[in-house]
Design a protein around this ligand. Structure first.
Ligand code: SAM
Length: 211
């Protein structure tokens, strides 16, 4: 179902500059219409963020594609995502062959996603807690991707990254953020690059915004 719409979406992502063929083919596989509420299904393959309930959103496909292209996970890489939301970003990472660990703080969304992953037979480790403190049991990670806007770069996430790994996180105020791409060079040395402006919902937690 919706194969044509997925192809159109991939054509849009290409036009907007996404080049990684593995990432583009994951977008052909993951059925975004299953990750949005029923009333949003007609808009599921537009390149826009959509409400998913609980005051949260499924990110714009272009943003998901860009962050995934930057992360560039290889098969069997261990990737931690903070902010499961609809589960769509985690599903894209899973289709790329990564071992995915994802954390959501909202219990309703977490519960919804557990059922969806089960139905789709996606083996994705999912947890309901404050992702700003990471998931130390499975650390270190090859990559960490944060899909909510943070006031700072959480120290715990830097610690739980492998040397050579990448942490991607939007950092700024509650309305706009700069995407920071942090590469871990050694235990205490990091190289940071920045990308233009984004607008994510706030990352709420011990090392994020206060509620
Ligand atoms: N990646 C999601 C997707 O593919 O649908 C979109 C995520 S949505 C923009 C951001 C999510 O981060 C929300 O579901 C929100 O509840 C969650 N969130 C905010 N602060 C969090 C925290 N400290 N730990 C875990 N999840 C958090």
């Amino acid at each position: 179902m919706y194969e044509f719409e997925r192809e159109e979406l991939v054509a849009t992502l290409r036009k907007r500059g996404i080049k990684n063929e593995r990432v583009l083919s994951a977008f052909l596989k993951v059925q975004r219409h299953l990750f949005v509420p029923d009333v949003m299904i007609p808009n599921a393959y537009l390149d826009v963020a959509l409400p998913i309930g609980q005051g949260q959103t499924i990110s714009q496909p272009y943003t998901v594609a860009l962050m995934t292209e930057i992360l560039d996970p290889k098969p069997n890489d261990k990737i931690l995502e903070i902010g499961t939301g609809s589960g769509f970003q985690a599903a894209i990472l899973y289709e790329l062959g990564a071992k995915v660990f994802t954390i959501e703080r909202n219990y309703e969304l977490y519960n919804q996603v557990l059922k969806l992953f089960d139905k789709l037979n996606y083996k994705i480790a999912t947890r309901c807690s404050d992702g700003t403190i990471g998931w130390s049991d499975f650390a270190p990670y090859d990559g960490i991707i944060v899909t909510a806007g943070s006031p700072t770069i959480p120290e715990n996430l830097k610690k739980q990254l492998k040397i050579g790994g990448k942490l991607i996180i939007p950092v700024g105020d509650k309305s706009t953020q700069v995407m920071k791409i942090i590469k871990k060079i050694s235990e205490d040395k990091f190289k940071i690059e920045e990308l233009s402006h984004f607008a994510f919902v706030p990352l709420i937690g011990r090392e994020g915004w206060k509620e």
